[in-house]
Design a protein around this ligand. Structure first.
Ligand code: HEC
Ligand code: HEC
Length: 208
């Protein structure tokens, strides 16, 4: 092959490579403040079971508020508390949070809305879509959205690791997690039995 031909064909290849790679959305580069977070929450923000929760795609205001709660000691965790202090600086905090908030969480194909079914038999699904008025427990989906996919700063529960959900509900029950507006989750969690907490956590973790 003559030199001009080689140049021409490699140029062509370059254009081809460029156009194929731009056909896929390149993953956003991880900003410096978020690098340390990825060892537990993973670069995808999906977290690891029994290690760290999924934070991908959660609302930025919600995530920021949680970092502030760890710094203030209203939430406590031996792994996460020191990490929150690392990003106490507002600019670093925004950089790390915006990265995870921009990632997408698995799509829920057919979200189930409150009122979709009149008769619900499973005890966990009853609490999720109907609540329990005898105990002043509103349906979880009223705030957390259809199938628990989250609405603004009402966090997503769908597909979250079950051990994490269970620990959080128990933390409110035992008063080791606080700082939620008007103690709304505290007053709900204190009404739930440990069996219900376990059933609810598994329900949300396996929503498809
Ligand atoms: C060593 C592991 C580890 C690292 C590194 C880590 N985290 Fe966490 N993170 C956790 C654990 C464990 C929890 C759950 C704590 C609990 O049970 O209260 C958590 C919880 C969170 C939450 C609360 C999630 C929610 O839904 O309420 C946010 C937000 C968060 N981490 C952000 C970050 C950011 C940002 C960084 C990097 C600066 C980071 N984490 C680094 C382990 C880690
Ligand atoms: C009135 C509104 C409301 C209802 C009803 C409600 N929640 Fe929540 N929930 C919240 C808010 C607000 C938060 C975030 C609290 C914070 O900012 O710390 C939350 C947070 C949570 C979290 C922690 C998520 C995380 O990522 O750390 C769990 C678990 C949870 N709720 C479970 C439930 C379950 C189960 C039900 C039904 C039995 C329920 N919630 C009903 C408002 C509600």
């Amino acid at each position: 092959m003559s030199l001009p031909k080689i140049i021409q064909s490699s140029l062509g290849l370059g254009v081809l490579l460029l156009s194929t790679s731009s056909a896929f959305a390149a993953p956003a580069p991880i900003p410096p403040a978020a690098t340390v977070c990825t060892s537990c929450h993973m670069p995808t923000g999906m977290g690891l079971p029994n290690m760290a929760p999924m934070i991908a795609g959660k609302n930025a205001d919600y995530l920021t508020h949680q970092i502030d709660l760890f710094i203030a000691g209203e939430r406590n965790d031996p792994l996460m508390t020191p990490m929150a202090s690392l990003i106490a600086d507002p600019q670093k905090k925004a950089e790390a949070i915006n990265y995870f908030a921009s990632l997408s969480a698995p799509e829920i194909k057919n979200p189930e809305h409150r009122g979709d079914h009149v008769i619900i038999t499973g005890p966990a699904r009853k609490l999720v879509y109907q609540g329990d008025w005898n105990r002043n427990i509103p349906a979880c989906s009223t705030c957390h959205g259809a199938s628990g996919i989250g609405v603004q700063d009402f966090p997503r529960l769908a597909n979250q690791h079950p051990d994490y959900l269970e620990e959080q509900l128990k933390a409110w029950k035992n008063k080791t997690r606080s700082g939620d507006h008007n103690d709304v989750m505290g007053s709900i969690a204190r009404q739930l039995t440990d069996t219900e907490i376990s059933q609810l956590s598994h329900y949300f973790a396996t929503v498809k």
